[in-house]
Design a protein around this ligand. Structure first.
Ligand SMILES: Cc1cc2nc3c(=O)[nH]c(=O)nc-3n(C[C@H](O)[C@H](O)[C@H](O)COP(=O)(O)O)c2cc1C
Length: 327
């Protein structure tokens, strides 16, 4: 068994690609929670091959104990091949291929979810990448492009024949985008149909969700998604639930420390102005569940400097639970 599969089956947890969120600064934060795997956001292979500055920033590697992955979102065999070779030469441990993105700018190029509609192309893209590099290739797909075409199980079998090492299934179709219901039976169908590990994705917000999803689907591992935004502690929560240890209550002081460290990493990487703007949308997430969080969100829109953000964070107090007040 390869080191990749061994780790996947042992740890049962992979972290997701989240465009606009799992950038270098947040992956630095996540790495401090000692995740087994860490993945970039989706990367355009053409921009990567041209070494565009923005893309090179997106693939900057965070070192640590984890295995590092890059997700590629493309449909052209040649650029996928070249990009894959670059990813491997940078020292990354695995490559994930995006087959689930529903954003129009992606799907109209034939990439993302369109690969689920055009299975022949999906197969030739995967075949090109698998034939180019020695590191493991995984694919991340949805249940299918539409409710009428739930082809995850049949596509997975074809991709496994091409040599992919694992399949991640987001249990919603493209039509459902990010709706509420996730098809656990659909994920189970993929699990039952292939002889490589399957990673279940969609709607995992707690450690308990992770345990329940694994049980209901028979999947080998779990991948949270939006639950990780502003909540890197979910890594610990899932790890401890999977190991049957009690989940931790996060002290407010730690929550503040991690929030401000994330702010610092963002500002180091993007400069203070952009870093603060990127932090604005995360403050409400970091202090989710806090009383008056809506006020905090309003006030965060007015921040312009590190100092402004620090002032807001200081105003969150522990008054029998978290509470934000303007003074
Ligand atoms: C803001 C945002 C960005 C995302 N970016 C990516 C991405 O780059 N690549 C990808 O495969 N999926 C991406 N996804 C999908 C997630 O990885 C995940 O599959 C999806 O959110 C379902 O999990 P959830 O219901 O737990 O959020 C993104 C989702 C969101 C909300």
């Amino acid at each position: 068994m390869s080191g990749f599969i061994k780790r996947l089956k042992g740890a049962k947890l992979l972290l997701p690609p989240l465009a606009g969120y799992t950038d270098y600064p947040y992956r630095r934060i996540l790495s401090e929670f000692d995740p087994p795997f860490l993945c970039t956001e989706m990367i355009n292979p053409e921009a990567f091959v041209m070494e565009s500055q923005r893309t090179m920033e997106m693939v900057k590697m965070v070192e640590g104990n984890h295995l590092n992955g890059v997700q590629l979102v493309g449909s052209d065999e040649e650029s996928m091949r070249k990009a894959a070779a670059m990813v491997e030469s940078m020292g990354y441990d695995y490559i994930d291929i995006n087959m689930g993105c529903t954003v129009k700018t992606i799907t109209r190029t034939g990439a993302g979810l369109t690969l689920m509609t055009d299975m022949n192309r999906a197969v030739s893209v995967v075949s090109a990448v698998v034939g180019t590099v020695d590191i493991p290739i995984t694919c991340k797909m949805r249940m299918g492009p539409t409710e009428a075409n739930k082809n995850a199980a049949s596509l997975s079998r074809k991709l496994v024949d091409e040599g992919v090492s694992a399949i991640t299934v987001h249990g919603r179709t493209g039509e459902k985008k990010f709706g509420l219901d996730v098809s656990l039976e659909g994920i189970k169908e993929v699990v039952d149909g292939v002889d490589v590990p399957v990673i279940a994705n969609g709607g995992v917000y707690t450690g308990e969700d992770a345990v329940n999803f694994l049980e209901a689907t028979g999947a080998d591992a779990i991948m949270p998604g939006r639950g990780l935004i502003g909540n890197p502690w979910l890594v610990n929560e899932i790890k401890s639930s999977l190991n049957d240890t009690n989940t931790l209550n996060i002290a407010l002081v730690e929550r503040k420390e991690v929030t401000l460290r994330h702010l610092r990493y963002l500002c180091d990487f993007y400069g203070e102005r952009t870093g603060v703007i990127l932090m604005r949308r995360l403050l409400g997430k970091y202090f989710s569940g806090c009383r008056n969080v809506s006020l905090l969100k309003i006030d965060s829109q007015k921040t312009g400097t590190i100092n402004d953000v620090e002032t807001l964070v200081e105003r969150v107090k522990d008054v029998t639970g978290m509470e934000y007040s303007r003074n």
